[in-house]
Each structure stands twice: as C-alpha cells, then as structure tokens.
Design a protein around this ligand. Structure first.
Ligand code: NIG
Ligand code: FE
Length: 400
C-alpha cells in the first residue's frame, strides 16, 4: 500500500458504530486526504509512505465536531455578563436593547476581514482541542446582506482550511430593531429573500430558527423551515431554552437534523424527536451561563434520543471555544456517560451538523483525525476542559 501519511501504534477509536470500541495498537493510513487503512499496526503489510507519526502513547479520535456555534460576530458582552451575574435576567437585558441586538450592532459595523480574523482565532482555539468540523450559524446580521456576509465568512474558514464548516442561516434569531413594528415584513424578507439567496449562492446547508418566548413563535418557525426545505436546505432549531412552545414536535414532523438546547421540552416532544431521528444537541455553556437546570440525559436516553454536545460559542450565553470542557460539563450536569459524551462530540455531533463524511474513522472517510497523549479517550469527558490535541490532521494534512 502507498500512504501520504501513516499513524501507527496509537489506540484508535473509530466512533463509527455508536460505541467507544477501540483498536489498541492501531494504525491509520491516509492517501489523497482520505482514510485507506484502518486496523491493527501488526496487520499492516508492506507499504510505502511519505510521512509517519509515531502514535505510541497516544490515542486517536476522529477530528471532533462542534455541532452548534455562532462563531462569526463582532464585539463582546462583558458588561452584560456582569449585570447578568448580578441577577438581571437575559430577557430584561434584551428588552433594554442589549442581548442579541447589541451583538448585531457590533457585527454590522465590523468589516468582513475583521469578522474573519475574529472567527478564525476562535476556530483555531477549537482546533487546538482537536475540532476539525464546526457548524456555524449566522444570526448577528439580521439584514439579507449582513446574514449572507456572515455565511461567507464561515465558508471562508473552510476554503482556507482552518476547519471544515457546515453553515446555517439563522435570520430568525431576533426581529431587528428596524422591523420592530413589522414582524411580518421581516419574516417575508427571510422567506422570500434570505433563504432563496443563501440557497442559490450555496452559502447555507441548513436553516435555524430561535423558537422561544421573546423570539419566534411556532407558526413563524414553521413558515421559515418549510421555506428552507423547499429551497433544498435542512431544518434545525433552538427549542425549549426558556419555554417549550412545541418546537420539538415541529422539528420531528419536518424531519429536521437537530433540536438544540432542550432544557424545557416535554416528553411528547422528546419522544417525537427520537422517532424522527432528530439529534438532540446539548449546550452546557448556555445552561451554565444562564444558571439553568440542565436537561437530564436519563430522560433523553429513555426516549431513545441520539445526543450530541456543542459549545454554542456566542458572546451572550456561551463565550466558549472549548468542546472538551462542554463534554465534561455534559457529564457532570446532564449526566451523560463518558462514552455518550465522546460520541456526542464525534459521531453524533457530525450527524447533527449534517457532516456525513466526518465524525467517524472509516475506510473512505475524510482523514480528519485528532491525536492526544494518553490511552483513554474518556479523558475528554473527565478532565475539566482545555484538553489539547497533540496532533490534528485535516484532510490528510498535519495542521498541528
Ligand atoms: O444559543 N438562544 C439564542 N441564541 C443564543 C444566544 C444568543 C445571544 O444571546 O447572543 C444561544 O444561546
Ligand atoms: Fe445557539
């Protein structure tokens, strides 16, 4: 066999079958950016290769996937955070012109290059933890041009090989100030202009709606997500972060990719999501920042839901780029098992992100691999954050 890169001697976790099964002395052979050998080092027959990584003393996972981020934004919300920690509510800060709208103002005034530089530095921080695929939402532009601009920045992270991105149009994140008395007009802009353009210009893979009290109603969400699917984009939504408006039932009915947050979703909603195979995305950074009661993994598990974990990286509720910290908090707060937490940032996260080629090590899959010191992948759900990868391979290229 001929490899461009061979990793040998590592404990390899393929994360391809819903378990944390591993190959103890494993090897991964890579050619043309894809995995062409996966198995025991001892079973490798004669080969040629241009570069080798000695993986002894390390374990290998598929490059991690962060299935829910708002990576592209301007400014920060430190002042609001101080107020929130002193007891003010998220909703009252938003009602006073803060919250999402304060980040919208900072994002609109930032140049494309400024937005790219900030997003790139966050993506590189994620990559140091072993992340190679990131779902990125817009949602801080809230005009057609600004939403599309954010999606272009997210795509550029991919074309410049920082990380792979899956992009999501989140025009329905908030009704912007200039449409305050014209919700219907703003929804028409999302449905008639943003979605068709995002689809025609191949800028988005999916469409998200923030379904909650103070955000968008179930009927509004339905009209946006149906339009998305008609345009060939997939559906997903923020549901039950503060109040259960029935969003889970809608996502199940539409066969969405993911249902995210789920702090407040009832059993009927969870059951419907499980039956429709919609992935539940848990966001510990947000429930921590908002000091909420987390969802209970036992309940989700009892319904048979597939669970993933994301950072929700955003300036308001989760200023966090560390997926390993989030996995670790999901174990402690929501009581995921360590195995569920690791699958939740690999195989199941890729499912939620709609990144079919990522999240698992398989022959023919993308050669996106994270290598860490040690011999037990469960360390990522054990150590309280900042687990750094020793090497990161992206499409066969060693980028760390
Ligand atoms: O996922 N809930 C809506 N969106 C974000 C928060 C956005 C913000 O406050 O800027 C979230 O938590
Ligand atoms: Fe979010």
């Amino acid at each position: 066999m001929k490899f461009d890169l061979l990793i040998r001697g590592a404990r390899v976790y393929p994360c391809a079958d819903g378990t944390l099964a591993s190959i103890v002395d494993g090897a991964i052979g890579i050619a043309s950016g894809r995995i062409v050998y996966l198995g025991a080092t001892s079973e490798l027959s004669a080969y040629e290769c241009s570069r080798e990584i000695d993986g002894r003393g390390m374990f290998a996972l598929p490059g991690l996937c962060d299935p829910h981020t708002h990576l592209v934004y301007g400014g920060n919300r430190v002042d609001e955070f101080a107020r929130k920690m002193a007891g003010e509510s998220y909703q009252s800060i938003a009602a006073g012109g803060g919250g999402i709208m304060s980040t919208v103002r900072a994002t609109r005034t930032a140049s494309d290059d400024e937005l790219f530089a900030a997003a790139k530095s966050r993506a590189l921080a994620m990559r140091r933890h072993g992340v190679t695929t990131v779902e990125v939402k817009s949602g801080y532009g809230l005009t057609t041009e600004d939403e599309l601009r954010i999606l272009r920045v997210a795509r550029r992270l991919d074309t410049e090989s920082v990380v792979r991105t899956r992009t999501t149009l989140l025009g329905a994140h908030a009704v912007p100030d200039e449409h305050r008395n014209n919700r219907a007009g703003y929804l028409r802009e999302i449905i008639d202009v943003m979605i068709p353009r995002a689809a025609a210009e191949s800028l988005a893979d999916s469409v998200d709606v923030y379904i909650d009290e103070g955000a968008f109603t179930l009927d509004e969400a339905r009209s946006v997500l149906v339009a998305a699917q008609r345009a060939g984009l997939q559906a997903r939504a923020h549901v039950g972060q503060f109040r259960d408006l029935g969003g889970a039932l809608l996502l199940a009915e539409l066969g969405a990719l993911s249902a995210d947050h789920l702090e407040q979703v009832d059993d009927a909603g969870l059951q419907a999501l499980a039956e429709a195979k919609v992935v539940a995305v848990l966001l510990p950074g947000a429930w921590r920042t908002l000091r909420q009661t987390p969802p209970d993994a036992a309940r989700l598990r009892a319904h048979g839901l597939t669970m993933a974990v994301g950072t929700d990286c955003n300036p308001g509720t989760s200023p966090c780029t560390d997926i390993t910290l989030c996995a670790s908090l999901a174990v402690r707060d929501a009581r995921l098992t360590l195995d569920e937490a690791i699958l939740g940032i690999t195989q199941n996260a890729a499912k939620a992100a709609g990144a079919a080629d990522a999240g698992s090590l398989r022959i023919g899959a993308l050669a996106d691999i994270a290598l860490y010191d040690g011999d037990d992948a469960r360390a990522l759900g054990y150590v309280l954050g900042d687990v750094s990868a020793k090497h990161v391979v992206l499409g066969g290229a060693v980028v760390l």
